[in-house]
Design a protein. Structure first.
Length: 104
C-alpha cells in the first residue's frame, strides 16, 4: 500500500498539470482566434474604404503550408512530446491535457 502513494502523487500531479495546460491552451487559442478575426475584419474594412489593397491569393499561398494535415499532426505530436518530456506520469498528463481542452 505504501508503494502506491508515490505513484498516486505522480498520477495526480500529472493529471492536474495536464488539465491546467490544456485549459490554458484552449483559452489562449480562443483569444488568438478572436484576434485573427478582428484582424481580418479590419483588413476588409480598410480594403473596402480604399486605404489598402490586400493580396488574398498571396496570403493564402503563404499560410496554406502551415495548415495542411501533416503539418498540424506533426505540431500536435511535437507539442505532446515537449509537454510530456521527462515526466514519469505522461499518461495522466495527456489524459488531463485532453480533459482541459474539452473543459476550457
Amino acid at each position: 500500500m505504501e508503494d502506491l502513494f508515490p505513484v498516486a502523487g505522480q498520477l495526480t500531479f500529472g493529471a492536474v498539470a495536464g488539465f491546467l495546460s490544456g485549459y490554458a491552451l484552449k483559452k489562449v487559442g480562443r483569444v488568438l482566434a478572436f484576434l485573427l478575426g478582428i484582424l481580418f475584419v479590419t483588413l476588409q474594412l480598410l480594403a473596402y474604404a480604399g486605404y489598402i489593397e490586400v493580396n488574398w491569393t498571396r496570403i493564402q499561398q503563404d499560410v496554406e503550408p502551415f495548415l495542411n494535415q501533416d503539418s498540424l499532426e506533426g505540431l500536435w505530436s511535437e507539442a505532446l512530446k515537449v509537454l510530456t518530456y521527462n515526466f514519469p506520469f505522461a499518461a495522466s498528463f495527456t489524459a488531463g491535457f485532453i480533459w482541459g481542452l474539452n473543459r476550457g
